[in-house]
Design a binder for this molecule. Structure first.
Ligand code: ZN
Length: 338
């Protein structure tokens, strides 16, 4: 291969293929490592993941000249449509796999944590264990949840491209990942069925405090199916950037729900928060628009008052009940002795 001429053999990029994937397919053809191949393109010393994130026009033109691909085709392999805020969301390899896709090419869209179906085959992605979200949720429930996830996906796509939005994704994720209650050991319904002996043997597991986050209130379906030890997600944006397939799906559903009705969901979380947790949730909604925060405050005050009224009505009813019961008892007692 000459230093400056055109490469004799060049693979065409596949649909939605990323530059790192294309370079990884090309390099072995010339018996090179990826960095040697990048050097052969005239970009010695550049890391392929940096190039695919931000390929300058000059770098793109260099690759185009060396390969005979059009500059547009080269740029299409880079993530230029994404704003700087989205870089941490882009994984170096596809996050999950489609059973019908070969390992190469790696597509740009599958680097994002809010993709749950193969863009080519339309089937659900599988996680590393081979499980799909339908397996986990049951297919009916998954289909219902997917509708909320769609709202989340549209919103996240727009956010990643830098669109102006009422609330930024990090601000929504701060609320979803806020610890609304004190950490607590697995509830009975969260524990697997265990014999008495197992319960003794797994005492550590049964007493491990689990972080309790607003996500489980906004997406109770996740709370019900997530393995208890893998239930907590990382704080803020990291929850999505580093989450499992199940966690990212739940977060995307949660984002979809909050975007559709932020006031309702903020109040639902605050009503079941403990005192400290409520402070954290309030802090998390701090950057939300003032008009939203005002509606939340006003409606939360009413919701709390209604809740107190409901509780005292219940208490009064219980007292009446037990008073009546006592009356009946004393009557029976009297009738028995008479
Ligand atoms: Zn596929």
């Amino acid at each position: 291969m000459t230093a400056h001429g055109r490469l004799p053999v060049v693979y065409l990029p596949e649909a939605d293929e990323r530059l790192s994937s294309w370079a990884a397919r090309m390099a072995p053809f010339y018996a090179m490592t990826v960095s040697e191949f990048v050097a052969a393109l005239g970009l010695k010393g550049h890391e392929v993941f940096d190039l695919e994130w931000r390929l300058s026009e000059g770098q793109g033109a260099l690759i185009a000249a060396r390969t005979g691909l059009s500059p547009e085709a080269v740029q299409a392999m880079a993530f230029r449509e994404f704003g700087p805020q989205a870089r941490m969301m882009i994984a170096r390899k596809s996050r999950h796999y489609c059973p019908h896709c070969p390992e190469e090419p790696q597509r740009k869209s599958t680097a994002l944590p809010w993709r749950f179906r193969c863009p080519v085959h339309g089937v659900e992605f599988r996680d590393a264990t081979g499980e799909t979200l339908s397996d986990r949720f049951g297919s009916d429930r998954f289909k219902k949840l997917e509708r909320h996830a769609e709202a989340g996906v549209t919103y996240l796509d727009a956010w990643a491209r830098g669109a102006e939005q009422r609330m930024e994704a990090p601000e929504v994720l701060e609320v979803l990942t806020a610890r609304h209650r004190r950490a607590s050991p697995p509830n009975v319904w969260e524990q697997p069925r265990m014999s008495l002996k197992d319960r003794r043997d797994y005492q550590d597991f049964l007493t491990t405090p689990i972080l309790r986050q607003a996500l489980t209130i906004v997406v109770p379906e996740y709370d019900q199916v997530a393995p208890v030890l893998a239930k907590p997600v990382r704080p803020g944006l990291h929850a999505l950037a580093q989450g499992s397939l199940l966690q990212c799906f739940a977060l995307t559903v949660g984002i979809g729900r909050i975007i559709e009705d932020p006031v309702k969901w903020a109040i639902s979380v605050m009503l079941v928060s403990d005192a400290e947790g409520q402070g954290r949730v309030r802090q998390a909604i701090g950057p939300w628009p003032l008009s939203l925060r005002r509606s939340i405050s006003a409606r939360f005050w009413r919701a709390e008052r209604d809740e107190r009224a409901r509780q005292s009505a219940e208490k009064a009813a219980r007292q009446r009940q037990s008073h009546k019961y006592r009356l009946i008892q004393s009557h029976q007692y009297r009738s028995r002795i008479s």
